[in-house]
Design a protein around this ligand. Structure first.
Ligand SMILES: *Cc1c(COP(=O)(O)O)cnc(C)c1O
Length: 407
């Protein structure tokens, strides 16, 4: 293939060695869970072995230990483990009695589960647009979409950064609506000093392996400051029964396995270090992409005041129409990247009957066309990140060259 980009690469390479080094370099993955888990493998295996020996596979002591520690981390009164982040959202909605005829306002620019849970309960997801700088839900658009059927507002703390909770709390309070925080990507993040998961009626967390506190499979957790709701969630997660064989609600079987909790207790001890490393990488990107060719071709992520991100993703915007070329450029240099999310939820086939039209959520639709997430996992090596940064500048320089020549 004789693309202009490749011509420029050859023309601007300082030496043949530089080119061959690039070709032989090891891949820079978007994420590598093994680099995180292998150094603490013995600790994890010992914790799991203790569960195997105890035989307490469900509701074992590690589950309560994890719940207590995460409640403390989130400054929430209660934490209840469950089988996944998706179930955390589902049981939070169920505990609020949300069902057919009800509406829940949430972003379209998020992982599917946020809206899928609403739909599964027979309620209607009502999609609000995002703020273009933070990618988080736009409170003004939330306010516009409130109807008498609205039963809850569910912001997502996307990519590790808290949504604009002060504005959302104002709107929720004015209409007497509960907020459910989808904090699946943001454990440890905060808004004006308040941890995510401590502000809404519920906070919902995921321990999916790619999340900031990544387990060895599926797992989730619900936080709340309401003792009665906490109790209801516990009952709901156990078939709605209490005591055994006395069913108050139609619940589900959603538990955090003791084995999973034991591994997570080990990993939780390292969470602050992981977050610090993510932040270090993000700040280096911010600094090194702020000047030079990439500064013109990319828009780097914005941290809103009082909303320090825990950087589950480092997501840039790429000038319209050039994202595919950049992804290809990175792939040629064995650098991982991904699009979160390529198709907004209001444009998914399963929600077609909700009747959204192209252009209904302009900031969401534009973000879906422009975003690209880059490697920011804690164990990313300095030299690996150098290669990512170099590749981004190289791409931008190659892109702008024809324009400069034409000028
Ligand atoms: C991962 C995620 C979920 C679902 O969590 P699972 O543990 O995978 O079920 C929900 N919402 C958001 C925003 C997520 O990123």
């Amino acid at each position: 293939m004789n693309t202009p980009g490749k011509e420029v690469l050859r023309a601007t390479s300082t030496s043949p060695e530089a080119v061959s080094f690039t070709a032989a370099a090891a891949p820079v993955p978007l994420l590598d869970v093994n680099r995180q888990n292998h150094p603490i493998r013995d600790e994890i295996v010992a914790a799991i072995a203790a569960v195997v020996d105890s035989g307490a596979f469900l509701k074992g002591p590690a589950v309560q230990e994890l719940e207590t520690q995460i409640a403390e981390l989130c400054q929430a009164d209660h934490a209840i483990g469950c089988a996944s982040g998706t179930d955390a959202i589902l049981v939070a909605l169920m505990a609020l009695g949300i069902g057919p005829g009800d509406e829940v306002i949430l972003p379209s620019f998020t992982f599917f589960a946020t809206a899928g849970c609403v739909s599964r309960l027979g309620a209607t997801p009502v999609f609000a647009d995002i703020l273009p700088d933070t990618f988080n839900i736009d409170p003004a658009d939330v306010a516009r979409r409130i109807t008498p059927a609205t039963k809850a507002i569910m912001p997502v703390h996307l990519f590790g950064q808290a949504a604009d909770m002060a504005s959302l709390e104002g709107i929720a309070a004015a209409h007497g609506l509960p907020i459910i925080e989808d904090a699946a990507q943001a454990i440890g993040a905060s808004y004006a000093g308040k941890p995510v998961g401590s502000m809404g009626r519920f906070g919902c967390f995921s321990f999916y392996p790619t999340k900031n506190l990544g387990g060895l499979g599926d797992g989730g957790l619900v936080t709340t400051n309401d003792g009665e709701l906490a109790d209801r969630v516990r009952v709901l997660c156990d078939h709605g029964q209490r005591p055994r064989y006395h069913h108050h609600f139609v619940g589900l079987n959603s538990r955090l396995d003791t084995v999973q909790a034991a591994a997570l207790v080990v990993k939780l001890r390292h969470l602050a270090d992981y977050a610090a490393a993510r932040t270090r990488h993000a700040q280096r990107y911010q600094h090194e992409l702020a000047a030079g060719p990439a500064a013109e071709a990319l828009v780097t992520p914005v941290e809103a005041a009082g909303c320090p991100s825990v950087w589950n993703q480092y997501t840039v915007r790429v000038q319209e129409g050039r994202r595919g070329a950049l992804q290809e450029w990175l792939a040629e240099r064995k650098i991982g990247s991904a699009i979160y999310y390529p198709i907004p939820l209001h444009q998914q086939a399963c929600f077609a009957e909700l009747g959204y039209r192209p252009g209904d959520l302009p900031h969401t639709e534009r973000a879906a066309e422009e975003v690209l997430s880059l490697p920011v996992f804690p164990e990313l090596a300095y030299d690996e990140q150098s290669r990512v940064i170099e590749a981004l500048h190289g791409f931008a320089a190659a892109q702008s060259l024809p324009r400069r020549l034409a000028a």
